[in-house]
Design a protein around this ligand. Structure first.
Ligand code: COA
Length: 319
């Protein structure tokens, strides 16, 4: 008999869960030589320091047979860890996975959140069977696929910019992000994304779109100086945000208001963005784009970005 419990991550026996995760992953498509038992234990201990992390456990005769980790520290939405639940090679594997997801949905509803998401990432060739299994678990549990994205990267050391610098259309100019307040940014941001092809953003309610804006434009996290705005007089018409990460600089959101689309605005912005990243000796720039967002994908390919892996988001809306 499998018993499901919902716990704060900090309240459970972390080493026991880490051991279970390590052993289960070792014999799966997620096996990785760089992940040792010590590193899994360390990372779980770090995660447990934030009380918004929840561990939903499946146990049989006191032995852990499955786990699902959930992050609840974001306004209105909760996020299941990538490629969770993790379930052992047991007879009732599918039922156990779906029981963990069901308990998770129940918890999210009880604490008053409105949306639950899981990201199957990365999806490399070796993960295709796993992807089919998770798709089944989530679709059988009432989730739908919100989007499929490409995680893209350019190696700035080997990519060379053309000597012909693309210019902004007449009357537009670059501006630094520190000189413009988020309030002046909100409308152009919403206008460009609400008319665009980013399915994950379009899947959000208007309130969730604002939450995403506030997160992406959070001034408490550092911007890279390669973040650029485009102005027509005092009005924002385009933007490209860059954030430093440990081994790369992450781009996004990027956008242009629809009345300026297809005039070469973002081509000029990204040239300048890449130029600044190279000046700063950054090695990689990364981003995520909806695979069906052809304008964005074409634009990124122009600047040497290539897909490293795919990722799929599944979502459930609390009724
Ligand atoms: C994607 C976006 C930023 C492009 O901005 P833009 O200023 O219109 O792009 P540009 O005019 O500079 O075009 C540069 C290149 O992008 C590609 N591109 C732009 N729009 C395109 C379209 N409608 N169809 C196909 N390719 C397109 C082309 O390769 C183009 O080069 P070309 O004109 O020489 O063919 C804009 O469409 C937008 O704001 N979309 C909504 C927000 C969004 O989806 N952001 C990306 C999220 S990952």
């Amino acid at each position: 008999m499998v018993k499901i419990t919902i716990n704060k991550l900090s309240d459970v026996n972390l080493d026991k869960i880490a051991d279970f995760i390590f052993v289960t992953r070792q014999s799966s498509a997620f096996h990785s030589d760089s992940k040792t038992l010590v590193s899994v234990r360390r990372s779980l201990r770090e995660t447990a320091q934030d009380d918004h992390n929840i561990a939903i456990l499946a146990a049989s005769d006191d032995e852990i047979v499955g786990t699902l980790q959930l992050y609840t520290g974001f306004p209105g939405m909760a996020f299941i860890d990538n490629w969770h639940p993790i379930v052992g090679d047991i007879a009732n594997r599918n039922t156990t996975a779906q029981s963990l997801i069901k308990a998770c949905k129940q918890h999210v509803k009880e604490i008053g959140l409105e949306r639950l998401e899981v990201n199957l990432s990365p999806i490399l060739d070796v993960h295709h069977d796993a992807r089919d299994e998770y798709k089944l678990w989530y679709e059988n549990s009432g989730f739908y696929r919100a989007t499929k994205e490409a995680f893209m990267r350019v190696d700035l050391k080997s990519f060379s910019l053309s000597s012909q610098v693309p210019l902004l259309p007449e009357g537009l100019r670059f501006e630094e992000i520190d000189n413009v307040k988020n309030k002046e940014f909100e409308r152009p941001f919403l206008e460009s994304f609400r008319h665009g092809k980013d399915r994950l953003f379009l899947d959000f309610t208007p309130a969730q779109q604002m939450i995403a804006f506030n997160y992406w434009l959070d001034r408490n996290r550092p911007f890279h100086r390669a973040s650029i705005l485009v102005m027509k007089d005092e009005k924002v018409v385009g933007f490209s945000i860059a954030r430093p990460k440990s081994e790369s600089v992450d781009l996004g959101p990027v956008g242009v208001i629809p009345e300026y689309w297809r005039m070469g605005v973002m081509k000029a912005v990204l040239y300048e963005t890449i130029n600044r990243l190279r000046e700063d000796n950054e090695r990689f720039a990364t981003l995520e784009a909806d695979v069906d967002n052809t304008p964005a994908i074409n634009l990124y390919k122009m600047y040497g970005f290539e897909q490293v892996y795919a990722q799929e988001y599944y979502a459930w809306r609390v009724k």
